[in-house]
Design a protein around this ligand. Structure first.
Ligand code: SF4
Length: 291
C-alpha cells in the first residue's frame, strides 16, 4: 500500500503576536474500561509498542502528568471540533485562534493543567507557539470549504472477542462519496519511512466505521500541524479484513499477558517520551555527550 506524504505550501495565516492565550489542554481521556472487555485503538497501539507501557496505562492506571505538548494537543482538538460546529462562513483563522484561547481558558484551571507552567511568561510563550501550530493547520486545508460527517465521534463496536472503543477525530465524505478519516497531530511528522505504524489506530477506526455504517473508508489522513505535513494512506476491504484479524489476535495476546501478568518492557527510541522511565526496569538512560 502506498503512503502519500503531502507537504503544505509555505504561506500560512499569521498567528496573533501577543500570545494572549489562556492556556489549557488535554482531556482526551482514553475510554478507561476493563481490558479485553473494551480496548481502545490507542491502548492496542501501546501494547504493540511496549507491553509494559500498556500495563502501566491500562491495568495499573498510573496517572500521567500532561506535558505542555499534550496540553497543546487537547486544546487544539477542542478548538477544531468547535470550529466545525460553526457555519462554514464563520470558520475563519481569527475564529479558530479565538476558539483555541477559549478552549485553553476552560482547561487551564483544571488540576491536570493548573501547575503546568512555572510562570506567566512560560505560558505566554507556549500560547504563541501554539497559535503558530494552529495557523499551520490552515495551510493544510480550508475548513470553510467542506463540512465533516462527524467530529470527535465516539466509536464502539463489538468484534466478538473484544469491544473496540475510541474517539475518532473526524470523518469526512468527499463530493464523490468516498469516506475519509482524518486525525490531528500537533507535533511534527516523523520521516516518511517511519510513518506507517502511526496509521495503525486509524485503520482500526476505519474498521469501526465500516462496521457501524456499512461503508468502507477510502483514505486515512494524518495531519501533522507541527510542520504542516499530511500523510495519507488509501485503504480498502482487504486492508480492513487484515486489521480485524490482527486486532483479534492482539486481543488474544493481551488476554494471555493478563493471565500470566507478563508485560515485558520493549525499549526503543520511543522510551524518550515515556512517562514511566523512572519505574520501568527496561528503561536505560541514553549516553550523555562526551561520556
Ligand atoms: S520506558 Fe520504554 S520500555 Fe519502559 S514502559 Fe516506557 S516505552 Fe516501555
Amino acid at each position: 500500500m502506498s503512503l502519500v506524504a503531502v507537504r503544505a505550501p509555505k504561506s500560512r495565516p499569521a498567528a496573533p503576536a501577543n500570545g494572549s492565550v489562556d492556556d489549557k489542554e488535554q482531556s482526551a481521556a482514553e475510554p478507561a474500561a476493563p481490558i479485553l472487555a473494551t480496548l481502545s485503538p490507542s491502548r492496542a497501539s501501546n501494547f504493540k509498542q511496549c507491553p509494559r507501557l500498556f500495563r502501566y496505562r491500562a491495568i495499573d492506571r498510573i496517572p500521567e502528568v500532561p506535558s505542555a505538548a499534550q496540553a497543546r494537543g487537547t486544546t487544539a482538538h477542542l478548538a477544531l471540533e468547535r470550529l466545525f460546529g460553526l457555519p462554514a462562513d464563520q470558520r475563519t483563522a481569527e475564529r479558530l485562534f479565538d476558539l483555541f484561547r477559549e478552549a485553553w481558558t476552560g482547561l487551564r484551571t483544571e488540576p491536570d493543567y493548573s501547575q503546568l507552567f512555572d510562570s506567566v511568561e512560560d505560558e505566554r510563550a507556549w500560547g504563541i507557539e501554539s497559535l503558530g501550530v494552529i495557523a499551520n493547520y490552515l495551510t493544510l486545508e480550508d475548513p470553510a470549504s467542506f463540512s465533516p460527517v462527524g467530529n470527535e465521534l465516539d466509536m464502539s463496536e463489538d468484534l466478538g472477542a473484544v469491544t473496540v472503543r475510541g474517539i475518532l477525530d473526524r470523518l469526512d465524505e468527499r463530493p464523490d462519496g468516498r469516506l475519509v478519516i482524518t486525525d490531528y497531530k500537533t507535533g511534527s511528522a516523523p520521516p516518511e519511512r517511519y510513518a506507517l505504524p502511526a496509521f495503525f489506530a486509524l485503520k482500526v477506526y476505519a474498521l469501526l466505521v465500516r462496521r457501524r455504517y456499512g461503508r468502507t473508508p477510502a483514505e486515512l489522513r494524518l495531519l501533522y500541524l507541527g510542520n504542516s505535513t499530511v500523510y495519507s494512506l488509501p485503504v480498502d476491504d482487504r486492508v480492513l479484513d487484515g486489521i480485524e484479524r490482527q486486532l483479534l489476535a492482539l486481543a488474544r495476546t493481551i488476554k494471555r499477558a493478563m493471565e500470566r501478568n507478563h508485560f515485558p518492557p520493549r525499549p526503543s527510541v520511543l522510551c524518550k517520551w515515556c512517562s514511566f522511565q523512572g519505574i520501568c526496569p527496561g528503561f536505560t538512560s541514553p549516553p550523555t555527550n562526551g561520556g
